[in-house]
Design a binder for this molecule. Structure first.
Ligand code: PNS
Length: 163
């Protein structure tokens, strides 16, 4: 039995919705690797190093959780980490189509790896990194959506968001 799970994402930045999924994965698997996509084409607000650092602070209390970044195919990274499970959070029906496509593509590429979905808690079902950035851009509060460290980091980038 393999007990390693991968929680992949852009995490630009990590939200309390992401953290809920990571916490639940950590309670289920003996090792959980949070995999931050390092894709400069996506032009994220936070650099890969910044996104990893914010995630490390937010998950420091969770045993068995490691934060790493990857380039290229997720399944190659999962294999290199010895993981047999990819965990994705599902919010609303609108997530389903893209997640279905991604899960089937990954299954085709790596039949030995399973994608498992965790349904988000209802209070986070509308939450996304894009929504949080939009709130900061227009001066709204993100308290209750992100950790205080992430809120501070977002405030420091507020000017960039307003350009
Ligand atoms: O947080 P996101 O942006 O929804 O995460 C998407 C992510 C990083 C899981 C996905 O884009 C990904 O796995 N990218 C790596 C490239 C890859 O493996 N593509 C094939 C499967 S779609």
């Amino acid at each position: 039995m393999n007990h390693v799970a991968i929680c992949p994402g852009s995490f630009d930045p990590v939200t309390l919705g992401h953290l809920d999924i990571i916490e639940r994965a950590a309670a289920t698997f003996s090792r959980t690797v949070v995999a931050v996509l390092d894709n400069p084409v996506k032009k994220p607000l936070f650099s890969t190093a910044e996104r990893c650092e914010l995630l490390r602070k937010a998950t420091a209390h969770l045993p068995g959780v490691e934060v790493k970044h990857f380039q290229g195919l997720l399944v190659d990274f999962a294999r290199a980490e010895g993981a047999r499970v990819i965990i994705r959070g599902l919010r609303a029906l609108s997530d389903f189509e893209a997640e279905f496509q991604m899960a089937l593509t990954n299954k085709h590429l790596a039949p030995e790896i399973e994608t498992m979905f965790m349904v988000t808690r209802p209070e986070f079902s509308f939450l996304s990194s894009s929504m949080v950035k939009e709130l900061v851009r227009f001066g709204g509060s993100v308290a209750g959506f992100v950790t205080p460290e992430v809120e501070e980091a977002l405030m420091a980038k507020r000017e960039l968001l307003q350009r």
